[in-house]
Write a protein that binds this ligand. Structure first.
Ligand SMILES: [Zn+2]
Ligand SMILES: [Zn+2]
Length: 163
């Protein structure tokens, strides 16, 4: 885990090395950022990063997220297309090798899911809470669901059933 000061230094370093441009604003941890790994705020020109997600990332994953946010930042400063759908954004992100989406943090072995399965098409539904199978049907084929297992989050992630 990087300290706040190390985070700022890392963002400045990646900006110089990969974008050949200085990062002259603030990179800060944001406690409230939980689903997104990072965020660029044009109003303040600051880059926010999720404490929770960064704590579980490898160095390479952190760098990827930093590159993604710096891509928004530098394109905005250059008055170019800085949003996800813009061609400028896609091209610069590919050039610096950043990720399109935030990497999923490693799943915990202590976290469990209830796995339900459709009896007709076999589709699996991992859920954090139990639910009444009489009240829900498969969203693909409307078949009947049954509870089949309690599985750790790490195993579900390995099978690609959760992000
Ligand atoms: Zn983004
Ligand atoms: Zn089904």
């Amino acid at each position: 885990m990087l300290t706040q000061q190390q985070l700022q230094a890392r963002v400045e370093y990646i900006s110089r090395e990969f974008f050949h441009l200085p990062f002259t604003d603030r990179a800060v941890y944001n406690n409230r950022l939980r689903r997104a790994a990072g965020r660029f705020l044009p109003a303040t020109m600051s880059l926010d990063f999720s404490v929770k997600l960064f704590a579980g990332y490898t160095e390479a994953q952190r760098d990827d997220v930093i590159k993604h946010e710096l891509t928004h930042y530098h394109l905005y400063r250059m008055h170019r297309g800085y949003k996800h759908g813009d061609a400028d954004f896609k091209a610069l992100l590919a050039r610096v090798g950043g990720t399109r989406f935030a990497p999923a943090p490693p799943a915990s072995d202590h976290e469990f899911y209830y796995v339900y399965q459709c009896q007709r098409c076999g589709q699996k539904y991992p859920r954090r809470r139990r639910f009444n199978t009489n009240r829900y049907v498969c969203s693909k084929c409307r078949g009947h669901l049954v509870g089949v297992a309690v599985v750790s989050a790490a195993q579900l992630q390995a099978e690609g059933l959760i992000g």
